[in-house]
Design a protein. Structure first.
Length: 76
């Protein structure tokens, strides 16, 4: 996210880019890849995901957070 932003966390200026990608691709073709390197950074990344996708229904955000990856990589 930071690479697409000229602002610090939570990178509000990147949100229109995220929304355009979501509208073009849909949740079935998106995976959130930010995990962080500590529990603090993981929690920060999870909050960022919620901020960036707050316009999407919870069922679609769940796909982006992991259900799409689970399906794509055939995780059980």
């Amino acid at each position: 996210m930071a690479a697409s932003s000229k602002q610090g966390y939570p990178h509000f200026d990147a949100k229109p880019i995220v929304k355009r990608a979501y509208e073009a691709l849909g949740a079935d073709r998106m995976i959130w890849g930010e995990l962080g390197d500590s529990m603090t950074n993981f929690e920060k990344a999870a909050r960022l995901s919620e901020i960036m996708f707050d316009f999407a229904p919870e069922s679609e955000r769940a796909k982006i957070r992991g259900l799409t990856a689970k399906k794509l990589f055939a995780f059980t």
